[in-house]
Design a protein around this ligand. Sequence first.
Ligand SMILES: Cc1cc2nc3c(=O)[nH]c(=O)nc-3n(C[C@H](O)[C@H](O)[C@H](O)COP(=O)(O)OP(=O)(O)OC[C@H]3O[C@@H](n4cnc5c(N)ncnc54)[C@H](O)[C@@H]3O)c2cc1C
Length: 485
Amino acid sequence: MWSIFPLLPLVACVPEAASLPSAGPGLDSVAPVDSAGDTADVATDSADSGSSSDPGVGVTVIIGGGIAGIEVANDLGDAILLEKQSALGGRVPRSGGEMFFAGTAEQEALGYPDSPAAAAADWLALTGGEPTDTTLRWLEDSASVEARLMDEGLSFVLYDDPGDHVPRAHMVVGGGTVLTDNRIAALPDTVDVRLETKAEELVLDDRGVAGVLVNGELLAARTVVIASGGYAGNASVIGSTGAFEAGTWRAAPPQDGNGWGMVSAGTACLGTAYVDRIGAYPTSVAISGGDGMAIGAQGLPLTSRGVMVDRTGSVFNNGDASGSFRQSLAVRQHQPVWVIVDGEAIPELFADPDLPYVQAGATCATTIRGLANALGMDPTTLKEGLGSLPERDTRVSFHGVDDDVAGELCALPVGWSVQKSFGGLDVDEAGRVRDTAGNVVPGLWAVGEAAGMGAPGMGGLVGFDGSLSAIVWSSWRTAAAIRGE
Ligand SMILES: Cc1cc2nc3c(=O)[nH]c(=O)nc-3n(C[C@H](O)[C@H](O)[C@H](O)COP(=O)(O)OP(=O)(O)OC[C@H]3O[C@@H](n4cnc5c(N)ncnc54)[C@H](O)[C@@H]3O)c2cc1C
């Protein structure tokens, strides 16, 4: 018999409050936990293990048509791809299409010789953690990932991402929408794409995965790949991890990263890992492309009109070499961050009275010392930081960096927009999902953000920019492992 909840051997799982995300407002149609583990009202039964009459044998169902699900489907060919929305792509069409590759021909041609070893050497500074074995394998393969994507019609331009010591950010020409269209076009005809079809529950039996509940009925499958995205798009799920303090972050739209995998983890006793690792940006950083710009429009054009300071008064921002890392570190440590703007810019920046920054209010002063004191910062540190900004004349006019500011400086508390999660379901190196006891659940796989980018801990402490390349790589790797079974 099968159950929408685990029987054996996963029945030992007793969901704990801290590790059990609860469905929140942004999380639609997550069925309540059936604590009795009753079978659903669907008439089917599994036959002898391995028999050809066993429902679902040979069937692979992929849950989620974001880039992770698409790439697994691309390399599996024969699969059912479920996407609850009316189009494939998930979050990637809204993304900038930035991908992280080390040692590519573009880098060489532009005079930036790079290598996987050089990227690995930078990893601690980039992500706050040492590279894992999987990270190293991905770095080794990254140039070949780019080469394949180029063979399949994409082109890239190199971009000097402030987090890297040599330019490694490879931007898809045309951005996330072109990347999405290209990957969808690569899907073989043998992939059965089912749009507006939501996986409601995982169905497990005593042998592992038995299928997926769709519209209340069992879609039998002995191989299920969870590619439902991370929990970054769902503030309730982020909050339920217990790792982030309410009010220091908010989930970024769109809500595709709805945490379905994490909720399934809670109901099906699946393990989770690194759920305190997220990629976050100040809400107001303008992000190119689609709805991403809406995020920028909600806040302030920070990169052009302001600089960020942490609670010590140290200045940093996206234009700073360590800005990206420090942003992520700050949010992870729940540190308050402000953006300092020229007071003259306030009316222009606050044209929309509904902006949260307006509601939160700004702290303004006519001297740097006064501002630092009002915010509890070290005035000397703040003064030095502002004075060291070579671009201050264009980014923010401080009327001279001195205590005698002939105008007004305002500090605005920055909200965080969580763009991606670097933790999720606990998977092994190939993407097999493990239960809370650390045992592989037969037939169950996870890729993409649902699996923390595809492998445990590969994003370091605070993650890295351009993780789409890791998602693509790990999705291909998981597809190869599924084919090999
Ligand atoms: C504005 C923005 C800009 C970004 N820019 C970049 C960038 O430049 N570079 C980079 O590396 N990363 C970037 N990211 C992050 C990147 O886009 C994501 O990490 C990546 O797209 C995640 O892919 P995924 O397939 O794992 O998940 P998702 O894209 O979230 O896809 C999951 C899919 O599963 C579907 N789904 C969920 N639950 C179910 C269910 N129960 N049944 C059926 N379907 C379901 C969802 O509808 C969705 O389509 C950005 C993110 C945002 C929001």
